[in-house]
Ligand binder design. Structure first.
Ligand code: UDP
Ligand code: MG
Length: 345
C-alpha cells in the first residue's frame, strides 16, 4: 500500500521511501493502565495535525495491570495502533529496542507512556527533522513531579556521563526523541545485550539537535525506576559509554597506596620520636582501607565480567508473546520488521 493521503500538503523532501509511514511512534509500557488511553488520544491529536501517515506502536513489557487489555482495545479502534506484548518484564531498554525494530516510519519518535513526555512537542521536533536534523532530542528544562533527590542525582548523573563518556551524550535528555530512518537502521544493527538506548543513539552519530520542554509529572501510576534500578541503569550507561570506572579503580588503588605509605611513615616516626607508641589503631585503619579498596575494585571488575558473560550468552533481548502490527495490510513494510533479537512464541 502506498501512503497517499489528504494531508500530503507536507512537502516531504526528506522522504526517501513512499511505502513507509511518515512517522512511527514507539512507547514502552509497563503497568500504565492509568495513562494509556490519554497518551494515545493525545498522540492521535498531535500527529493528526501533521499527517495521516503515522503508526503508533505500544510495547507492553509484561505489565501486570490492565495495560494489555487497553492496548488491544485501542488497536481495534484504530488500525494505526499496533502492539507487542512481552511474555514477561524484560525492561525498558528491551521494550524500546523491540519498538525500534518494529517501527516502519521514515521517522520514529520514542516517547514514554506516562505522558511525562508531551506528545504536543512532536510537531516542533518534526519541524527540526524537516530542517535537516536526523536526531531531535527533547531536552528537559524543568521536571515536575519528581523528588528533589531524584532531580539532584539525575543532574549529577547526566553531567558525569557527559564528562567521562567517549561520545557526546546531551545532558538532561531521556529517550524522548525523533529519529530519522537512517539512524534507526544504524541503531538496529547494534548487537549488544546490555543496552543504554539513549547512549547508543548518541554513539550512532548523525546530525543531532535539541528542543527544550518542561517535563510534566506522570499522569497516573508510579515510577518504575526506584533508586536501585536507577543505579543499575547508571552503571550500564557508564560501562556502555566509557572505561572510566576501570580507570577510577587504578586511581583508588594509587590513593590507597599513598595513604598506606603515609601511615607506615607515621608509624616509624612515632616509634623513633615518641618512643614505642601503640600504632595498632593506625595499622588496623590502613588494613581496613586497603581491604575496602580491593573489594570495591573487585566489584567493579566483576560488573564488567558479568556484562561480558551476558553478551556471550547471546540470548534474545525479549520474547514476544502476542503482537498486532499497525496497518496490517501494509505487508511489504511489515516484512522487514522481523527481529534478530526477538523470538516469537
Ligand atoms: N517501562 C518499561 N519497562 C520497565 C520500566 C519502565 O517499559 O521495566 C516504561 C514505562 O512504562 C514508561 C517508561 O518506560 O513508559 C519510563 O518509565 P518511568 O516513567 O517509570 O521512568 P521515569 O520517568 O520515572 O524515569
Ligand atoms: Mg516517567
Amino acid at each position: 500500500m502506498q501512503f497517499a493521503t489528504a494531508k500530503q500538503a507536507l512537502p516531504d523532501e526528506r522522504r526517501r521511501d513512499a511505502s513507509r509511514p511518515l512517522i512511527s511512534v514507539v512507547a514502552p509500557v509497563f503497568n500504565e493502565e492509568a495513562c494509556l488511553p490519554e497518551l494515545v488520544e493525545r498522540l492521535h491529536r498531535a500527529l493528526g495535525g501533521l499527517t495521516d501517515e503515522y503508526e503508533i506502536i505500544l510495547v507492553d513489557d509484561g505489565s501486570r495491570d490492565r495495560s494489555a487489555e487497553i492496548m488491544r482495545r485501542l488497536a481495534e479502534r484504530d488500525a494505526r495502533v499496533g502492539y507487542h506484548r512481552f511474555s514477561r518484564n524484560f525492561g525498558h531498554e528491551a521494550a524500546t529496542t523491540c519498538g525500534l525494530l518494529a517501527a516502519r516510519g521514515q521517522t520514529v519518535v520514542l516517547i514514554d507512556a506516562d505522558c511525562q513526555d508531551p506528545p504536543e512537542l512532536i510537531p516542533a521536533m518534526f519541524a527540526q527533522w524537516r530542517a535537516g536534523f536526523d536526531v531531535v532530542y527533547a531536552q528537559r528544562s524543568a521536571r515536575d513531579g519528581e523528588t528533589a533527590f531524584t532531580r539532584f542525582t539525575s543532574h549529577l548523573f547526566y553531567r558525569l556521563l557527559k564528562r567521562v563518556s567517549d561520545v557526546d551524550v546531551p545532558i538532561d535528555t531521556g529517550d524522548f526523541r525523533l529519529l530519522d530512518r537512517a539512524v534507526v537502521d544504524a541503531f538496529n544493527k547494534l548487537p549488544e545485550r546490555c543496552r543504554f538506548v539513549r547512549g547508543m543513539l548518541s554513539w550512532v552519530g548523525f546530525r543531532q539537535t535539541g528542543v527544550l520542554y518542561d517535563r510534566d509529572a506522570r499522569l497516573g501510576g508510579e515510577t518504575k525506576y526506584g533508586f536501585t534500578k536507577r543505579l543499575a541503569l547508571a552503571f550500564d550507561a557508564l560501562c556502555a559509554l566509557s572505561d572510566a570506572p576501570l580507570r577510577w579503580i587504578s586511581l583508588c588503588g594509587m590513593a590507597a597506596l599513598l595513604l598506606s605509605g603515609g601511615i607506615t611513615l607515621g608509624v616509624f616516626l612515632d616509634a623513633a620520636f615518641a618512643g614505642g607508641v601503640s600504632t595498632l589503631g593506625l595499622v588496623a585503619a590502613g588494613i581496613a582501607m586497603l581491604a575496602g579498596v580491593q573489594l570495591v575494585s573487585l566489584g567493579v571488575v566483576g560488573e564488567y565480567i558479568a556484562r561480558i558473560y551476558r553478551e556471550s550468552q547471546g540470548r534474545p533481548l525479549f520474547v514476544v508473546a502476542e503482537e498486532r502490527r499497525p496497518l496490517a495490510d501494509c505487508d511489504e513494510a511489515n516484512e522487514g520488521a522481523d527481529s534478530e533479537y526477538s523470538q516469537a512464541s
